[in-house]
Design a binder for this molecule. Structure first.
Ligand SMILES: Cc1cc2nc3c(=O)[nH]c(=O)nc-3n(C[C@H](O)[C@H](O)[C@H](O)COP(=O)(O)O)c2cc1C
Length: 395
């Protein structure tokens, strides 16, 4: 197994089989479950892996320590993709001491029935392993209540749990300086926006706790080990958790027979003609909402439109708006439009979502299309696209 630095080894695994992470998030390039082993006077394992991967996990551990026992297991985060192997690790290493905080152990008992040999740590507590010294920093609600991170102060390594993680399996290379990271940047935004995105304030609090701490390696639970790009990934987390955006536009629509799509094309073209360069368009039935949410986190403007369907809003658009509303996204502008055959509901429903849950800043005049675009609604779509572009560019 690869040594990251000074007796710290990677012992994680790759999952290229799963279609949907957590049954929700597509994994076109797989995902890694990262775990780390410090082979010092005392042996310490940092987090585990999803239980389906226990056999390759234990093989990786044996490759590093052979028959040595593991003294400590640090649990930074109890989500089962990291905690899933705790019970089996305890079977292999019955004397292992499990390190967590007050909120960790109730969850551990509830999920796995494990409740003995626990060592509770508080914020700032220290554990000496020999040459290596670990310091525990509690980071509640990034993105579960028990989350914490572990600093190895002897060599400036941060074991960050899910923070700074991203989708994408590790294809041979482990540390960012060994690999081309191009594919990981957008996947980091998708991971953050969908899974952590609601918790901007706790992420800001965690970043403040770590500000000024020298960090040479960030070892997260998913994706590459960050070394060369630490400034970039910390900057990305800072910016995303402040809900900072670029002056771009997401145009997202539902359609059955093309009339609402036609309106979306007119709106996007008008925005482009008004000078806006960053415009992305999605058919909400085709593109998984995790990609749309990712781009909503990147761009300040959003225009959504959908048909009236069974006296309500086209279902896939309802799902998208519900997902967006669940993330408490701030600092965004919204325009909207809709279509109907005989009795309009879609436009009012989108407005209802915004008034009651989203609270984005409304831009332009909503367009309600009866059956298909006519000259009046065509002009209104152009005006909507232009108004949004002018608003975004003016800022
Ligand atoms: C299954 C189905 C249910 C619909 N329900 C309604 C409705 O409840 N009220 C209404 O005014 N139009 C309804 N419509 C009509 C559509 O809203 C209308 O045809 C619209 O132009 C469709 O847009 P599209 O061409 O982008 O798919 C329905 C259409 C379909 C296919």
């Amino acid at each position: 197994m690869q040594e990251i630095i000074d007796k710290i080894y990677y012992v994680g695994v790759n999952d290229r089989n799963k279609e949907l992470f957590e049954g929700l998030w597509p994994l076109p390039d797989g995902v890694s479950y990262n775990s780390y082993l410090i082979n010092d006077d005392k042996v310490c394992l940092i987090d585990t892996v999803e239980v389906d991967f226990f056999m390759p996990f234990i093989r990786n551990i044996h490759e590093v320590i052979g028959d040595r026992q593991i003294d400590y297991l640090v649990i930074n985060h109890m989500e089962p993709d990291h905690s899933g192997s705790i019970a089996l690790i305890k079977k292999y290493y019955p004397d292992i001491k499990i390190i967590g905080n007050k909120k960790t152990f109730g969850m551990m008992e509830g999920f796995y029935g494990v409740n003995d040999n626990c060592v509770e740590v508080k914020n700032g507590d220290v554990l000496e392993l020999g040459g290596h010294v670990l310091k525990f920093v509690l980071t509640p609600m990034v993105h579960w209540p028990e989350t914490m991170v572990t600093l190895d102060t002897s060599c400036n390594v941060l074991f960050s749990g899910d923070a700074f993680g991203c989708f994408g399996a590790l294809n041979g290379g482990l540390i960012d300086s060994q690999i081309n990271c191009d594919t990981f940047w957008l996947e980091m935004v998708r991971y953050y926006s969908n899974i952590v995105g609601k918790y901007g304030t706790p992420v800001q609090n965690a970043l403040k706790k770590l500000a000024g701490v020298p960090i040479d390696y960030i070892c997260s639970t998913h994706g590459p080990v960050w070394h060369e790009h630490i400034g970039k990934v910390v900057g990305m987390y800072d910016s995303m958790s402040r809900y900072e955006t670029a002056p771009g536009l997401v145009v997202c629509y539902g359609t059955m027979y093309g009339n609402t799509e036609h309106a979306a094309e007119v709106i996007a073209r008008a925005a482009s003609q008004a000078g806006l360069k960053d415009i992305v368009m999605y058919n909400v039935s085709k593109t998984h909402h995790s990609y749309i949410i990712r781009d909503v986190f990147r761009y300040r403007g959003l225009i959504v439109g959908a048909p009236t369907y069974n006296t309500g809003l086209y279902h896939e658009m309802d799902v998208l708006l519900s997902e967006l509303a669940g993330r408490d996204i701030k600092n965004h502008c919204l325009g909207w439009f809709g279509s109907h055959g005989w009795a309009s509901r879609a436009v009012a429903k989108i407005q209802e979502w915004n008034d009651t849950r989203l609270h984005f800043e409304p831009v332009g005049t909503p367009v309600d299309i009866r059956q298909s675009l006519d000259s009046e609604t065509f002009a209104m779509c152009e005006a909507l696209g232009k108004a949004m572009a002018e608003k975004l560019l003016a800022e």
